[in-house]
Design a protein around this ligand. Structure first.
Ligand code: PEP
Ligand code: MN
Length: 370
């Protein structure tokens, strides 16, 4: 697969489709506790998952990267044999997080089926490269979570590093991004970033981890449904036999029964429909959209012509470009106007900020013209 990452940088990636290495019904489901805690917790959770959900990959973290020292950092190597028991007793594939070459070595020696790279590790190219080096020439699927910060290049960089050592079974995992302000989510979804990654790498399988985005079970259905509606290939959802007593991420885990209810409630839509009526109707609506888009661009061009005139007028009268009162007034008026016709305030503000920035650019050019 050849694609463009930055204008200056074309990269050759070879990535297998998910179907090729893991036949599954859509959505692919990865479920299991945040951390492996005890043998009975690992096995009971798997047993309940098997009872209520037919098709899933089992997850459990053995080495937990915790932000603060002194919190539960995982059971480590001790948990490997519990995961092997899950493989044998329930005939499911198991995956765990790796952050160092040593973790990779232990997993490979013990036939762990799938590895994942956590958000804190994706953020560090040295660690990603260390993991990649330990995987050179190995044929194992690797899930790559987005980095904590909203830096798409770091996410792409991790995918590249793994691919360059020969890993072709790669899945991107969208788990949300660090949020600077208070929000209803534990991590901001910033859907525009996974969408951008998808448009850069259309063949890269991508799943969503709503547990780490929401931080609580209440918002899980909404985020899970949204991920599927954005055509993601699957979901990773933290599931624990008894979430209340979980040693990590207790607030966001759900029970296998709750998971079954959640999965049953999701609407699985198709990417395409072969119905002729659907296609015709869609085509008609798209034509109307195209006409409006053209009109919108023409209108913006007319608006910019006025900005140019204003720029010239300000220049002749030696007046500054930015007129903060006027700008505030536009925002206020259009927010009000927008809300009357049903627009979200944030949408109107972002739209007008873009238009205003462009108008300033146009006026700056006029002002500085010799
Ligand atoms: C996890 O999956 O438990 C985990 C630590 O996730 P993240 O790396 O997304 O924080
Ligand atoms: Mn977790």
């Amino acid at each position: 697969m050849l694609f463009q990452i930055k204008k200056s940088m074309t990269v050759n990636l070879t990535i297998d489709s998910l179907q090729k290495w893991h036949p599954h019904t859509k959505p692919l489901l990865i479920a299991g506790p945040c951390s492996a805690e005890t043998e009975s917790q690992v096995l009971n959770t798997a047993k309940l998952l098997k009872k209520y959900n037919h098709n899933f990959i089992y997850r459990a973290g053995l080495w937990k990267p915790r932000s603060r020292a002194g919190t539960f950092e995982g059971v480590g190597n001790k948990g490997i044999k519990w995961l092997q028991q899950v493989q044998q007793q329930f005939n499911v594939k198991v995956c765990t997080e790796v952050a160092t070459a040593k973790h990779v070595e232990v997993c490979l020696k013990n036939n762990i089926d799938i590895l994942w790279i956590g958000a804190r590790t994706t953020a560090n190219p040295f660690s990603v490269q260390e993991i990649a080096n330990a995987l050179r020439g190995v044929d194992i699927p690797v899930l790559i979570k987005n980095p904590i910060s909203d830096d798409l290049d770091l996410w792409i960089g991790a995918i590249e590093r793994l691919n360059l050592v020969g890993i072709t079974k790669i899945v991107a995992v969208h788990r949300g991004f660090f949020k600077p302000a208070e929000s209803e989510f534990r991590n901001a979804p910033m859907w525009e970033l996974p969408i951008k990654l998808k448009s850069l790498l259309p063949d890269l399988p991508m799943i969503c981890d709503p547990s780490h985005i929401t931080g609580n079970p209440k918002l899980l259905p909404h985020i899970a449904q949204k991920a599927l509606d954005l055509d993601m290939d699957g979901l990773m959802i933290e599931t624990h036999e008894n979430p209340k007593v979980a040693l990590s991420d207790a607030a966001q885990q759900i029970t296998p029964v709750q998971l079954k209810k959640l999965m049953d409630s999701l609407v699985i839509r198709n990417q395409f429909s072969d119905s002729i009526t659907f296609k015709n109707k869609l085509e008609q609506l798209r034509e109307q959209i195209d006409i409006l888009d053209n009109e919108m661009v023409d209108l913006l061009a007319r608006r910019m012509t006025l900005s140019k005139k204003i720029g010239k007028y300000k220049k002749d009268n030696n007046v500054t470009i930015l007129q903060i009162r006027r700008w505030k007034k536009i925002l206020q008026t259009q927010s009000k106007h927008g809300s009357l016709v049903g627009f979200d305030d944030e949408f109107i503000r972002s739209l007008f900020t873009l238009i205003h920035d462009e108008s300033i650019k146009v006026q700056t050019n006029v002002m500085n013209k010799k």
